[in-house]
Structure formats: structure tokens, C-alpha cells
Ligand binder design. Structure first.
Ligand code: ADP
Length: 208
């Protein structure tokens, strides 16, 4: 199974993907988390992408492809943040063909732009397991400490208002056009991230 979670920065893709993984639907593969892991580990990829990510720009297609490749070969996946460019759509098509897999659904996660920016600037993330928190709406029980793994909770360096606006711009220019491509293939289903029953709905859709 391959499910794509599509949507602008901060619409709630990551939180939804984590819930879907918990429900046993498939494994969350977040390209943002994979890239942040490279930065934290100080790898060559990490050193190349840090500045680009901090500026709110998209990382080169070949770099991201390298990171998702291994994951897709192994198991059923929820792609959180991939693909994001037209080139990535064709890269993914090729990769899936090689592995005898296909895209089951493209879930277009929607939310209001004001909510999105407010959500992002208050967002916190566990530096160890990547669980997502929110200073206002869902803070950790113990300050700076992850409820799930005890890891250190941090504010992402690209979650400032200014960089967020840049990320939204990149989304509008380079990523949003992908909706038309997948729409033509009849794969797109809208999901509202504020909907309490979103995961149940997704389960039903995928079971059809
Ligand atoms: P958000 O969806 O909130 O923007 P992510 O964690 O998905 O957050 O992505 C953070 C950053 O990682 C992006 O701004 C971009 O620099 C980089 N990134 C993640 N996925 C991709 C991708 N598929 N292609 C290019 N860059 C990516």
C-alpha cells in the first residue's frame, strides 16, 4: 500500500500520518523527518540541506529520492511530504513500477491558512521520535520532554513566521500543481484535518 498525504505546510499532515501509523494502516515516511535526521547526524546530506531548509526552500529532487527509495522498497508506506514537485511525481512513478507497487490514494489534507500559520509558530517536535506537540493546544505533560519517549522537545528552526510564509509560497508554486496531475488519475480525496473522525474515514476509503 502506498498512500500520499498531500497538503500545504502545517495543515496537519504529520499529526495525521502519526495517527494513521498508530492505527496500523502503514508506516509513516516523512521526508522532512528523514532530512532532519541527516542534519542531526551531521552527514554530508545533512550539511547540504540545512541552509535550504532553514530558508524554507525545497531540497533537490535527487537528494529526497535517495532517502525515500529504501523505505518504499521495504514496506507499506504513508508518504508524508513526498512528492512535492512534478519531477518527484515521475521519480515516484518509476520507483513504484520497479517495485510492483501503485498509489492507492492521494489524501489532500486541508485547513484554513490562518490556522496553519498559528499552528506552525506554536508547533514543537520531539528531536528523538518526531512526535508533534503544540504550545497552546497540546503541550507535553512535562516541559521540554516528550510524553512518548522522554526525548528533548524543540521548536523547528524553520517554524518562524517568515520562513513559514516562504514554505507556503514554495507549496503554491511547485507543489499545489501536483493536485491536478493526481486529480486526472482519479486519486485525490479531500480530508479536513480538524475532523475528529478523519482516520476512521481514511480507513474506510482504503478498505474499498
Ligand atoms: P512542512 O510540511 O511543514 O513544510 P516538512 O517537515 O514536510 O514540513 O518539510 C520541511 C522541509 O524539508 C521543507 O521546507 C523542505 O525544505 C524539506 N523537504 C521535505 N520534503 C521535501 C520534498 N519532498 N522535496 C524537497 N524538499 C523537502
Amino acid at each position: 500500500m502506498v498512500v500520499i498525504l498531500f497538503g500545504a505546510p502545517g495543515v496537519g499532515k504529520g499529526t495525521l500520518a502519526q495517527k494513521m501509523q498508530l492505527e496500523g494502516i502503514a508506516k509513516q515516511v516523512s521526508t522532512g523527518d528523514l532530512l532532519r535526521n541527516e542534519i542531526a547526524a551531521g552527514t554530508e546530506i545533512g550539511r547540504t540541506v540545512k541552509q535550504i531548509m532553514d530558508a524554507g526552500k525545497l531540497v533537490a529532487d535527487e537528494v529526497v529520492l535517495k532517502l525515500v527509495q529504501g523505505e518504499i522498497e521495504k514496506e507499506n508506506v504513508i508518504l508524508d511530504g513526498y512528492p512535492r514537485t512534478l519531477k518527484q511525481v515521475s521519480d515516484l512513478d518509476e520507483l513504484l513500477k520497479k517495485n510492483g507497487k501503485k498509489i492507492d490514494a492521494v489524501l489532500n489534507v486541508v485547513a484554513d491558512e490562518e490556522i496553519v500559520v498559528d499552528r506552525i509558530v506554536n508547533r514543537l517536535i520531539c528531536s528523538n521520535c518526531h512526535a508533534i506537540y503544540n504550545k497552546k493546544y497540546s503541550p507535553p505533560k512535562v516541559a521540554h520532554t516528550c510524553d512518548k519517549c522522554g526525548g528533548k522537545i524543540v521548536h523547528r528552526s524553520d517554524d518562524s513566521q517568515e520562513v513559514t510564509m516562504q514554505r507556503i509560497q514554495e507549496y503554491k508554486e511547485k507543489t499545489r500543481p501536483l493536485l491536478e496531475v493526481y486529480g486526472k488519475r482519479g486519486l485525490v480525496i479531500d480530508i479536513n484535518s480538524s475532523d475528529e473522525g478523519a482516520v476512521e474515514k481514511i480507513k474506510k476509503i482504503l478498505a474499498q
